[in-house]
Design a protein around this ligand. Structure first.
Ligand code: NAP
Length: 536
């Protein structure tokens, strides 16, 4: 299918099944095996068409093309300004196509159209613009003095790493693709993306926009297919220099182990179990609204979702009462309705998994204060819907307070004092994000400093800026995306040493070595070359 057909299908929003193609080595291709996967709209069960189930052979072809595009150029050797122009064009194209892309994201990922439009599309364009600017604002070459070696100087160069693989999850398909391809390409690397099997469509669209913006052939491929097949090649192929993975902690462990076989650089953005802490002096109305927004945006399917709400024990019942009153007003609905607040889960498998956690919550003695079941509405029967669910009186030893559920389930955990709140917040294997609610910013900051997480919001939740780094502590990740550090993750650092002829050089050549008339000096003495040893 030609790229223009893909655009047409995205724009039409019809339910006619489409045949999508992967973008490999600058061409739109079917899988070499001919196999395809059917994609379903999680909101209404309609078919969105098929995508190629690419094979190891297809993945290798994409890596080989990226290798050639890196080794032979021109992309890595273009001036940063020239690369930035291509990225900026893509940012402009995202904006120009935002309506059709938002609809496609909504239909593929089951995300309410209001969120796709206001959140995903706005951020995707803005972040691509930010990466374009980063390409021209960092110091690619810097002279350094070396006073320890008189008369010499150094140049420190930043250079692209090579071929970068980006493996992304199903919950934020377009934004995650922008966060992988944007900084990788801005830094001069070439890139192979593997989107999640369930939600590859806007990543394919992004490839089409890069093609339109004039990115050289092979510099970006999008290979659709499974983690076991396509992902495995990206993790083990010696031609891949770096893997940037976003997904669950469980799969992340496999990714790290497999990447180690060829010592690839890795950036890992993994799961979370974020704690939202309401301090005793918080504005309760604001905190309760923030807590609901924190957990129920995208039906709790966000890595930083505030899935644990820590409340002072004396305030638990009135906080839960307010949570329940307001949760009743959350509009569950079809994803293409602009009024819908909360859509379905991404798949039937995910809904079943979340229902399993709800049952565990009940079995382990948490109090089910709201929801816990499917909405009983005929118009939602074909989608994978669950009602917002609130458990109270949750304790830290329960599964629902330790494991990432990735669904619309809030665990309210009472605490006795602030020290205990911090201890509970830090009691999981995760460390992605969290929030503190208090009228006193300084007090909130002191609590935030004690949380072992990469992001802490004070009196807010989910706010995402490209100007600050984002990533996880503990088993929530390694490395950072966004902010200036985002580009660092895709660069090597080289030191050029401009010398003046070390006194050691004649020795290395075997020349003019004076015979040593005396036994070797005791250790600790000054060496013949002076106090500075040569670089290793
Ligand atoms: P997942 O199951 O870990 O999958 C993520 C990606 O890895 C998918 O593309 C998947 O492909 C691929 N994959 C699976 N097994 C693989 C293997 N053996 N080798 C190579 N690749 C493999 O995660 P998900 O269910 O898609 O997404 C939800 C998770 O992502 C949650 O845990 C969430 O917290 C996390 N997340 C984290 C962040 C962050 O910034 N920290 C952001 C968003 C999401 P298939 O689709 O083909 O299985």
């Amino acid at each position: 299918m030609a790229a223009s057909d893909i655009q047409a299908s995205a724009s039409s929003g019809t339910s006619t099944p489409k045949v999508w193609k992967a973008f490999i080595a600058g061409e739109w291709r079917a899988s070499s095996s001919g196999a395809t996967s059917l994609l379903i709209d999680p909101s209404n069960g309609e078919s969105l068409g098929t995508v190629p189930k690419c094979t190891k052979h297809d993945a290798k072809a994409a890596v080989d093309a990226a290798r050639e595009a890196f080794d032979k150029g021109p992309w890595p050797t273009l001036k940063p300004k020239e690369r930035a122009q291509v990225l900026q064009k893509v940012s402009d194209l995202i904006t120009a196509n935002s309506e059709s892309l938002a609809l496609l994201e909504t239909r593929n990922a089951g995300k309410p159209i209001r969120q796709s439009t206001l959140f995903d599309l706005g951020l995707a364009a803005e972040h691509m613009h930010y990466f374009a600017e980063l390409a021209t604002s960092i110091r690619w070459r810097q002279k350094v003095s070396q006073p320890d070696y008189e008369g010499t100087f150094g140049i420190v160069r930043r250079e692209p790493l090579g071929v970068c693989a980006g493996i992304t999850p199903w919950n934020l398909p377009l934004l995650m693709a922008v966060w992988k391809a944007g900084p990788a390409l801005a830094a001069g690397n070439t890139c192979v993306l593997k989107p999640a099997s369930l939600t590859p469509l806007t990543t394919l669209e992004l490839a089409r926009l890069f093609e339109e913006a004039g990115l050289p052939k092979g510099a970006l491929s999008v290979v659709t297919g499974s983690g076991e097949e396509v992902g495995d090649v990206l993790l083990t192929h010696p031609g891949v220099d770096k893997v940037s993975f976003t997904g669950s902690t469980e799969v992340g462990r496999t990714v790290l182990a497999k990447s180690a076989s060829t010592v690839k650089r890795t950036t890992m953005e993994l799961g979370g179990k974020s704690a939202n802490i309401i301090l005793p002096d918080a504005d309760l109305d604001q905190a309760v609204d923030g807590a609901l927004f924190g957990i129920f945006l995208h039906a709790g399917q966000l890595c930083e979702s505030g899935s644990r709400l820590l409340v002072p024990v004396k305030d638990q019942s009135r906080i839960v009462q307010r949570l329940v009153e307001r949760a009743r007003r959350i509009r569950i609905g079809l994803t293409q309705d602009f009024e819908t607040d909360m859509g379905p889960l991404v798949s039937e498998g995910q809904r079943t998994r979340v229902e399993g956690y709800i049952q565990w919550g009940i079995d382990q003695g948490a109090k089910l204060s709201f929801g816990g079941n499917r909405p009983d509405r005929p118009d939602l029967r074909k989608g994978h819907y669950l009602r917002p669910t609130i458990f109270s009186d949750v304790s830290t030893d329960m599964k629902i307070s330790q494991e990432e559920i990735f669904g619309p389930v809030l665990a309210v955990i009472p605490y006795q004092n602030v020290d205990q709140a911090v201890e509970i917040a830090n009691s999981t294997i995760f460390g992605l994000a969290g929030a503190v609610w208090s009228e006193n910013e300084r007090k909130a900051e002191r609590v935030a400093e004690r949380l072992r997480t990469g992001t802490v919001w004070i009196n807010d939740y989910h706010m995402l800026t490209c100007h600050a780094p984002r990533g996880g502590y503990k088993q929530s990740g390694i490395g950072r995306e966004l902010g200036e550090l985002a580009l660092d993750e895709y660069l090597e650092t080289k030191h050029l040493f401009f010398g003046k002829g070390s006194p050691l050089i004649p020795i290395a050549r075997g020349l003019v070595i004076p015979p040593d008339p005396e036994p070797a000096a005791p250790s600790g003495g000054t060496s013949a070359t002076g106090p500075n040893p040569p670089s290793p």
